[in-house]
Design a protein around this ligand. Structure first.
Ligand code: HEC
Length: 93
């Protein structure tokens, strides 16, 4: 009788510990998603610098407005693909 009670206590303790672990893991997962704040807000200064960098290094091929080269889906005379637009169509994002 005493042994059975002790066994029951051990089993109950194990179940309680497993439940506590499951709850803490679950709460941790919730806390993780709450901490995700997404990208930081855009600083207009960074956007201005980015525009300058883009115009200097990228616009010659991808276009001043990111529109890509004409017929960008077809290989050119050298068999190379022209620069695609920077939008979902050109699968940049
Ligand atoms: C000399 C021309 C040229 C310049 C300058 C250039 N690119 Fe490109 N870019 C290309 C070409 C051509 C491709 C397509 C390559 C291919 O599909 O094989 C490409 C592809 C890309 C892609 C991949 C689009 C996709 O998802 O398929 C991105 C992103 C990109 N360029 C960004 C940039 C950025 C940012 C700059 C400036 C820092 C830049 N490129 C400068 C010619 C250029």
């Amino acid at each position: 009788m005493e042994v059975t009670t002790r066994k029951l206590l051990v089993i109950a303790t194990v179940i309680l510990l497993l439940a506590a672990m499951a709850i803490s893991v679950g709460l941790g997962a919730i806390a993780d998603t709450r901490n995700e704040r997404g990208p930081p807000p855009l600083d207009p200064k960074d956007v201005r610098i980015g525009r300058e960098v883009y115009l200097q290094y990228c616009a010659s091929c991808h276009g001043r407005r990111g529109e890509g080269e004409p017929n960008w889906r077809e290989p050119n005379a050298r068999g190379e693909l022209p620069a695609p637009p920077h939008d979902a169509e050109g699968h940049t994002w």
